[in-house]
Design a protein around this ligand. Structure first.
Ligand SMILES: *Cc1c(COP(=O)(O)O)cnc(C)c1O
Length: 367
């Protein structure tokens, strides 16, 4: 039985990359040592990290005045690192309250004495829409924090808010490399790898070079300027995670780059949303224009039935469809490495489930 992994993160990686890791694991490029056993100061690793950076630059067309940094600590550490490095003038940032991860970012910024102004909130619609700016942004803010894809709520920005000269700092953790953006529209982008890039343990930071180097006396492990100067090798970087992410970046190039992968993602998402929208059993509550191509939450409205959907799916090899504990129901994550065949298998399963649970059910028939 083939299996499809709909986990929100750590998440599915390309099957060919897993096979390559397996093949190369005992001896990296004939060295007699695995990638997990080689020095991060070796010529071998130097080539791996340099290629990974170059491939990322090619894929995203990252301008030369942006630095690419390889961090640990997940997306969560960047909720602290971003204000410490970039909110140095007024210690005051703006934030679009688009759901759980935006709130977590606000919380962590406040912990390091940064004032957080909520510029817009989608709380009133229970985050089934995106918050958008209705008034001009105060130009004295150090930056505006934006979560481009809301992993739990299933919303995604395709058009960016206009912030004037105030830099946008984007938490792109769950749609990094799944949706094209113009890097020069951002002061900084960060993304934990384990959603759409590779294994956990690696976080990518892309930051405009004029924005860094203004903070005083930061802990070394949080200092963007230091990481830039040391080419992310101030200490031991996550060697294995960088290697695996590098293979995924090569795979992305083979797929035709980000424009091609985005078209595939839109096709996969449309297949599932079209099914949900005509279904009399399942619903996705997000406003169509604000829907994510990456994470699709849906419900039957009946938690007992939801549990049956998830259990039956697992039996069919459709794995990790349980919704986030904060919202319940189901969630299908359709990251880059999810093949369209996986989405088709999910839709077929849901259609069969729906038939079995509406036939002979008088409440549904009379509706
Ligand atoms: C998962 C996620 C995070 C947190 O990532 P960690 O790597 O677990 O710290 C932050 N932001 C978004 C949008 C996420 O999806």
């Amino acid at each position: 039985m083939s299996t499809y992994n709909f986990s929100a993160g750590p998440a599915v990686m390309p099957a060919s990359v897993i096979a390559q890791i397996q093949a190369e694991l005992p001896s990296m490029q004939g060295s007699g040592m695995s990638i997990m056993e080689i020095s991060h100061r070796s010529a071998l690793f130097d080539q791996i990290i340099n290629n990974a950076e170059q491939d990322l630059r090619d894929l995203m067309a990252i301008p030369d005045n942006y630095r690419v940094l390889f961090f640990q600590g997940g997306g969560t550490l960047q909720f602290t690192a971003a204000p410490l490095n970039l909110a140095t003038k007024h210690h005051n940032i703006g934030l679009l309250d688009s759901g759980h991860w935006a709130s977590r970012a606000a919380e962590e910024a406040r912990r390091v004495d940064t004032q957080v102004d909520i510029l817009a909130s989608a709380a009133a619609t229970h985050f089934t829409t995106l918050p958008t700016l209705t008034t001009p942004v105060d130009q004295t803010l150090d930056y505006v924090h934006l979560t481009t894809n809301n992993t739990i709520e299933g919303t995604m920005y395709t058009k960016l808010p206009q912030t004037g000269t105030v830099p946008l700092v984007a938490d792109m953790s769950s749609n990094f490399l799944g949706q094209t953006y113009d890097v020069s529209d951002f002061g900084m982008i960060f993304a934990g790898a384990q959603k759409n890039l590779g294994p956990a343990g690696l976080t990518i930071v892309i930051v405009r070079d004029d924005l860094i180097g203004h903070a005083q006396q930061l802990p070394s492990m949080l200092d963007y300027q230091l990481f830039a100067d040391k080419r992310s090798m101030f200490n031991t970087p996550p060697v294995f995670a960088i290697y695996a992410a590098g293979l995924v970046l090569k795979w992305l190039k083979q797929q035709g780059g980000l424009t091609a992968i985005q078209a595939q993602n839109e096709q996969k998402a449309a297949l599932l949303y079209d099914f949900l929208d005509q279904s009399t059993l399942f619903t996705n509550q997000v406003k169509p224009a604000d829907r994510s191509t990456m994470n699709v939450p849906f419900v039957t409205g009946n938690p007992t039935l939801d549990a049956q959907v998830i259990a039956g799916a697992t039996e069919q090899g459709l794995l990790n469809l349980k919704g986030h504990r904060l919202v319940g129901g189901m969630r299908a994550s359709l990251y880059n490495a999810m093949p369209i065949a996986g989405v088709q298998a999910l839709v077929d399963y849901l259609a069969t489930f729906e038939k079995a649970h509406t036939k002979g059910d008088l409440t549904h028939v009379s509706n």
